[in-house]
Design a protein around this ligand. Structure first.
Ligand code: ACO
Length: 223
């Protein structure tokens, strides 16, 4: 397996990988019924492309599969730069969305993030934001996600970040991030995320029970 920074010439193939894997499989997308396997979602694709443009994302490529000269994308980690005010702005923009399911998911993610000011809490001006972790179903259980997280940290260090953050929506991503030294910062139980009449907004399937915001601080001395 080869691990490479994702450059603009690979963006379309990465989006195709996400359509076949992440978009339908990620626990919140599944709960909201965001899309079918292989199907696209305009807003999630826009979110992914915006993140890719920060040039901090990595892909795992199976070079043995030479159906084309690039090999097969086995997994990706999409990371972006988060600056003060970004989440507030994104939440405001979300109100214009016409995709009710996408809105449900991102209202939870942005609302949860806004409960704490990580910039003030850690005294940083930018955060390395781990936004999407996805491994092709045919390659799961081989440690690829763990390796993608490990390499993302190397990119963050090289780029001078002092803090990494992730919103992990399922038990496996939570476990993977913790194994790489991330620490749970705050949580939201899905069963307690309800509307005005007490109905659960996102009925996420077991074994996933909560959203977890995790952080990892990088020591300035070891950069
Ligand atoms: N069942 C049981 N254990 C699992 C599973 C599973 N389905 N998936 C991962 N694990 C465990 C592994 O056993 C391993 O634990 P160990 O080190 O104690 O043996 C650990 O998690 C690491 O597993 P990896 O092999 O590195 O994970 P993998 O490459 O299979 O990818 C991922 C895991 C990314 C969650 C994949 O299942 C996936 O793409 N799911 C759909 C999308 C998704 O939910 N992404 C995360 C959302 S949160 C976010 O994006 C920030």
């Amino acid at each position: 397996m080869e691990y490479k920074l994702i450059t603009a010439d690979h963006f379309e193939r990465v989006i195709e990988h996400l359509r076949r894997n992440f978009f339908a499989d990620e626990p919140l997308n599944r709960a909201a019924g965001l899309c079918q396997h292989g199907g696209g979602n305009a807003e999630l694709e826009h979110h992914s492309l915006t993140t890719l443009q920060d040039q901090l994302s990595i892909m795992a490529v199976d070079v043995r599969k030479d159906s084309n000269s690039y090999g097969q994308i086995a997994g990706v980690i999409l990371n972006g730069v988060l600056r003060p005010g970004d989440t507030e702005q994104a939440l405001e923009k979300l109100q214009e969305s016409t995709d009710a399911n996408y809105k449900k998911i991102f209202e939870l993610l942005y609302g949860h993030s806004l409960q704490v000011d990580l910039f003030a809490r850690y005294n940083v001006e930018q955060i390395f934001d781990v936004r999407i972790l996805s491994v092709d179903a045919r390659y799961r259980g081989q440690g690829i996600a763990k390796e993608l997280v490990r390499r993302a940290e190397q990119v963050a260090r090289k780029s001078g970040f002092q803090l990494l953050k992730a919103d992990a929506t399922g038990i496996f991503s939570q476990k993977i991030l913790c194994s790489q030294g991330f620490q749970p910062f705050s949580e939201q139980l899905y069963a307690k995320y309800t509307n005005d009449v007490g109905e659960i907004i996102l009925p996420v399937e077991a074994p996933h029970i909560k959203l977890q915001l995790l952080t990892k601080q990088l020591n300035k001395d070891t950069q």
